[in-house]
Design a protein around this ligand. Structure first.
Ligand code: ZN
Length: 96
């Protein structure tokens, strides 16, 4: 007997949930939600090239994203870690 599967998707990052309340909880703390002022949505979080490193005959430049205000601290794959909703970054500015 087939059944219909309903899923709820975060409108900021596309993550999927079976329960609407879990999706709503996630959206409140989603890094991609500008309301959370996370690095990934901030204009000050920019790609900076590190000093070129010689690997054999090849010069390798690693591009990493950093906060140009130096306010970034804890990072994960998504950008930065929001420890709590009261811990939003004061240096956050909207990407134009
Ligand atoms: Zn999300």
């Amino acid at each position: 007997m087939p059944y219909q599967l309903v899923k709820f998707t975060c409108k900021y990052c596309g993550r999927e949930y079976r329960l609407e309340k879990n999706a709503e909880e996630h959206e409140k703390k989603c890094y991609h939600n500008e309301a959370n002022r996370a690095c990934i949505t901030c204009v000050n979080f920019q790609e900076l090239n590190t000093e070129p490193v010689n690997v054999g005959y090849i010069k390798v430049v690693n591009a990493e994203k950093h906060c140009i205000l130096g306010l970034d601290e804890t990072f994960d794959d998504n950008g930065c870690t929001i420890k709590s909703l009261n811990n939003h970054c004061d240096g956050w500015a909207k990407i134009q």
